[in-house]
Every structure is written in C-alpha cells, then in structure tokens.
Design a protein around this ligand. Structure first.
Ligand code: NAP
Length: 359
C-alpha cells in the first residue's frame, strides 16, 4: 500500500489528540501537518497543547516540534502539503461546513468527525463495516464542488456506534421499531473528571442534540443512493433517550427491538458472531478482527472491562432476552473516542485509501 501524508485539523483538541496517538505508527498514514485555531498557530504542538494533553499515552515524540498552522488562514498551504486531512474542530456549524468545503475545494479530501455535514445529501456518513457502498456518492459530490480529488466524508455520531452495528445484521428480519437508551461517557463531551468534577457521583439526563442525532443518523447510514443523493430509509422507527453518566470512556446502549419476522435468540447470536464487513475482508489496519462480540454472562459487557476490546474498535453485546413489549432487548457498548470518533475516522480513511480515493 502507498504511503500518504496526513494533516490533523483541530489537532490540539481531545479528538485531535486521539488522532495523533492512533496515527503514531500507522503503516500507511504519516502525520506531517497539524492545525488548530489562531490561538495555537505558530506554536509547536507541545507548546500549543501545554497542560491540555488528555490521552493516557504520551504525545508522539515526532509530532512535539511540528509548528501548528492556522486551520483557516493556512488552508492553501496545508492542502498542498498533505494527501488528505482528518478534521475535528469546535466551531459553529456553518463555520465548520465552510471550512470543510474549503479544504475539499483545494483538492484535499476531508475525513470529518464533525456533525456539520452529516445531513448534506451527497456527503456519505460512513460506518466502515456497514455502508461502504455510500462511498460511491463522492463522485456526485465532487461534481457539485467542481473538484477532481477533493471531497468530504463524515463519520456518524458516537452514540449510535454500538446499537447500529448490533442491529445491522438483523435487518433481514425486517426491524420495525427500536427503542434505545444511551448511557454516555464524559469524554464524549471532551471532558475528564478533572475538567468536569460535577460529573463525579452524578448523572445528567440531557445531552444537547443527541437524541435527534441518535434517531436520525441510523436512517441515513441505512439509506440508499438515489441519483445524486443518499435518501434516508423510513424504517425502522427509532426512539431514544440519551443520558450522561460518570464513566470516563465507553458509551452503552440499552436496546429494545421488534421485527416483522421474529428470529430466534440463537439466530440473532449467530448473525452477530458471523458478521464481517468489508474492513474485515480487506484486513484494514484499524479494523477489529471480530467486529461484534456477544457475551453470555449476565453482568457483561462492562465499560471498564470491554471498551478497549480490539484497540477500542470492537462492539460488545450482552443480555439478549425476550421482552414483554418488544420482541427482544439487549445491551451494547462501544468506545466513544476510538470506534465512536478518531478510530472510526481512521478506519474510514483506510477504506478510502484501499479503494484509491486519495490517489
Ligand atoms: N469528544 C468526542 O468523543 C467526540 C466524538 C465525536 C465527535 N466529536 C466532534 O469532534 C469535534 C472536536 O471535539 P473535541 O472534543 O476534540 O473538542 P475540543 O477538545 O474542544 O477541541 C477543539 C479543537 O478545535 C480547535 N478550534 C477551536 N476553534 C477553532 C477555530 N476557530 N479554527 C480552527 N480550529 C479551532 C481547537 O483549537 P485550539 O486548541 O487552538 O483552540 C481544538 O483543536 C467536535 O465537532 C465534536 O462534536 C467529538
């Protein structure tokens, strides 16, 4: 596989730091460029981050002295230095939309962690194991943007990355309705217990915008390309409640599901165990070998024990049983900043690289 030079836009933030660590020894991608706000621009990465380093592993040595660029003012220069960028910035939605389009228009593909473009109809929202086919819409997007190589691809919200993978292999039974309550870690808000002490021994029953994302994004992920857009599917009907819980990393979901043709419990577990996506078939570096892992023990999976399964890229499922109001209920877990954020975006980029989109 060819090697690619990569930039991280928003490198000083929590997700940006994750990208830096994940890409440290990546076999295909080499981080050559880091960018953030004007507050960080002109400083070395080490100076710009200062005491804001939040990841358990240290800052990669070879990135410490890279001088951080201004994500907006230096677009042209950044785009000329790299084959593509990862983007995770804390800006207003319309500013992020404009920033990402500007990179694409400078012929620099954008692998985005931001939500701004998730519902732009010709921007694919990729969970690599589920909807790699949506990558094809990029040709229509490039036509709209007037680019040869530049395009934007987004990953979905972290909250849906446990239950959508678990439900995906069951779609052939005709999923009619889903109820999911999510229990989301504080790192999903870019926080730790040090920076958010109010979360110790606490639960907050509201995460702004999260329930709408959790209900709507699966419908695009399971949508179909029609003409120049991805059209959302209309079923199943999904309702959610999203709670913030005092856990550092790992989003849980308690899921209830009904089907047109109710499968047996054994059939469901077999589907989970046997499920493989294109990343597993291609052996992408970031892809977990076993994507969906079912645990038979009643008290499993657990956030602390299983969030790091297969480098935080695997989904853990447990407690499948019949329900009195829905056909079944179960619980599932995924690491929100690995599978749910930076790791999922790196795997998405590997898929684009493997299919030649960065050449
Ligand atoms: N945390 C998660 O688990 C998670 C999961 C999925 C998606 N996301 C999304 O990823 C994005 C980043 O989240 P985060 O938690 O990493 O946020 P964060 O820790 O607050 O970091 C924000 C980053 O954006 C940069 N930034 C702020 N204003 C900017 C500007 N005007 N121009 C250029 N860069 C600017 C910051 O640079 P300075 O340091 O220079 O200010 C920093 O690098 C958000 O859109 C978030 O919704 C987060």
């Amino acid at each position: 596989m060819k090697n690619y030079n990569v930039g991280i836009i928003g490198a000083t933030g929590m997700v940006g730091q994750r990208f830096a660590v994940l890409l440290e020894n990546h076999p295909w991608f080499k981080v050559t460029t880091l960018a953030a706000s004007p507050r960080s621009a002109g400083k070395t990465y080490k100076e710009a981050v200062g005491n804001r380093w939040l990841i358990e592993k240290p800052m990669p040595k070879e990135m410490e002295n890279i001088v951080v660029m201004d994500a907006t003012a230096d677009i042209e220069k950044i785009a000329s230095q790299v084959d593509f960028v990862f983007c995770a910035v804390d800006m207003k939605k319309d500013e992020i939309k404009a920033l990402e389009e500007a990179y694409a228009k400078h012929e620099c593909p954008v692998m985005s962690n931001n939500s701004a473009h998730r519902f732009t109809p010709d921007v694919p929202m990729i969970i690599p194991e589920i909807n790699d086919k949506h990558m094809e819409i990029v040709e229509a997007q490039k036509k709209r943007l007037g680019t040869k190589k530049g395009f934007i691809s987004v990953k979905s919200n972290c909250s849906i990355q446990s239950y959508v993978p678990a439900l995906n292999p069951l779609r052939e039974y005709g999923i009619t309705k889903v109820l999911a309550c999510t229990y989301q870690a504080i790192s999903g808000a870019g926080k730790t217990f040090e920076t958010w002490p109010e979360m110790v021994d606490n639960l907050i029953p509201y995460i702004g915008g999260e329930e709408e994302k959790s209900e709507q994004e699966p419908l695009k992920v399971w949508g179909e390309i029609k003409g120049n857009e991805i059209v959302k599917t209309t079923a199943p009907s999904i309702t959610t409640q999203c709670l913030r819980v005092p856990v550092t990393n790992g989003h849980f979901a308690a899921v209830f599901v009904s089907f047109e043709n109710k499968p047996s419990k054994e059939e469901i577990i077999k589907k989970w165990k046997e499920y493989k996506g294109v990343p597993q078939q291609l052996g992408l570096p970031m892809a977990p070998k076993q994507f969906l892992n079912y645990f038979e023990e009643d008290n499993m999976p657990q956030a602390k024990l299983h969030r790091n399964l297969e480098n935080g890229m695997a989904v853990s499922i447990g407690r499948l049983r019949e329900d009195t109001q829905y056909d079944y209920k179960f619980v599932c877990l995924s690491h929100n900043t690995l599978r749910g954020a930076a790791g999922g975006a790196v795997e998405m980029a590997e898929l684009y690289a493997a299919k030649g989109y960065f050449d």
